[in-house]
Design a protein around this ligand. Structure first.
Ligand code: MG
Length: 364
């Protein structure tokens, strides 16, 4: 199965409601779609969201990484040369993890299609269904409490609450949410780097003293501040999950060695796709560190790849793959079925994507 060409396109999927974190506000998913075509007619699909505020990868940068580096690395090569192909994608340009992830995902899709096996089965198939949390955007305490009640009514048993805009309100936000939803729903929070280490310890311990029962806190401090992250991890009652601090496999290794966090959040767009995500999961498993699988605001192509990974690796104990349910429509044919909190992987070769509606191709 030889790679004949790579096509790039754009999709635009409106969100149900605006998505607000300490880093940004977004109203629609505007992603790059990658199709890797082969001489057998099979197509591998990948996706990359431009999340400049997090990865530094803009739409133009993703397109440029493909046009100037990745496409020439792929075209003419045999899909059976899989390990070399995936390695060369990572090597052909530094950084640009989202573009690399899109290429890597499309290669896994093709490899599975080549041998007629779903990727999650190729990797071990520990389960075929996972349960995701739902994100509550950061707003006023009253609005967030309303959104939380709405999420619980939709059946979600775990809420991921965004905090960090005007941190003086954060304890109040969580108090309002806990009072509104009661004791039962699990509440995890994500500060998206907004707090200082001392502020984080103070706020988290205040939340515990008020009995708010926070399951974990994601990325309380700046991504580069591993000492600060460790400071929080050592002093807070709430377990700390590293997100923006862990892009690469090497970052994960450093976190584990320093014991700078209790958990690691794997996102395909940070680490460059399934190939490196598997390495992080294995490293974490060996180190006894549980993982969350997360996504950016992505449509179903790349989130579907994350579903395959989560269904294959038991060390991934927490699932934050609500990108597709935050969208108001789904242009993707095939792949995992997203039914509110329940995500069921598709038992079809590769990643199971059959096509995508409404792609605006760059070469048209
Ligand atoms: Mg996060």
């Amino acid at each position: 199965m030889k790679i004949t060409k790579v096509r790039l396109g754009r999709i635009s999927v409106p969100l149900r409601v605006p998505f607000k974190t300490a880093l940004r506000q977004v109203n629609s998913v505007e992603d790059i779609i990658v199709e890797i075509h082969t001489d057998t007619g099979e197509v591998g699909y990948g996706e990359a969201p431009p999340t400049g505020a997090i990865t530094g990868d803009t739409t133009g940068a993703i397109i440029g990484a493909f046009q100037d580096h990745i496409i020439k690395t792929l075209v003419g090569r045999d899909v059976e040369d899989f390990e070399n192909l995936t390695r060369d994608v990572q090597k052909c340009i530094v950084k640009n993890s989202s573009a690399k992830a899109a290429a890597d995902i499309a290669l896994w899709d093709l490899y599975g299609k080549r041998y007629g096996i779903p990727v999650y089965r190729m990797l071990g198939a520990s389960r075929n269904q996972i349960i995701t949390d739902l994100t509550i955007s950061v707003n006023s305490p009253e609005e967030m409490a309303r959104d939380a009640v709405n999420a619980v009514e939709r059946g979600y048993d775990t809420l991921k609450v965004k905090v960090g805009i005007d941190p003086s309100l954060d304890v109040e936000r969580l108090s309002a949410i806990r009072a509104a939803v009661g004791d039962k729903p699990r509440i995890r929070i994500d500060a998206n780097q907004a707090w200082s280490p001392k502020q984080a310890v103070k706020l988290l311990n205040q939340m515990q003293e008020r009995g708010l029962d926070i399951e974990l806190v994601e990325q309380p401090v700046k991504a580069h501040d591993l000492e600060g992250l460790k400071y929080v991890t050592d002093r807070s009652y709430v377990p700390v999950l590293a997100d923006e601090s862990v892009f690469s496999v090497e970052d994960a290794l450093k976190i584990v060695q320093l014991q700078a966090a209790d958990l690691i959040n794997i996102k395909l767009m940070k680490c460059g796709g399934l190939t490196n995500a598997l390495k992080i999961a294995t490293l974490a498993e060996v180190s006894g560190v549980e993982c969350m699988i997360g996504c950016m605001l992505e449509a179903k192509v790349s989130v579907n790849a994350a579903v395959h990974l989560a269904c294959a690796r038991q060390i991934i104990t927490k699932v934050d793959l609500d990108g597709p349910v935050l969208c108001s429509e789904d242009p993707v044919l095939g792949g995992a079925v997203f039914n509110e909190k329940e995500i069921t992987v598709a038992d079809e070769p590769g990643l199971g994507i059959r096509g995508i509606e409404g792609i605006q191709y760059l070469d048209d």
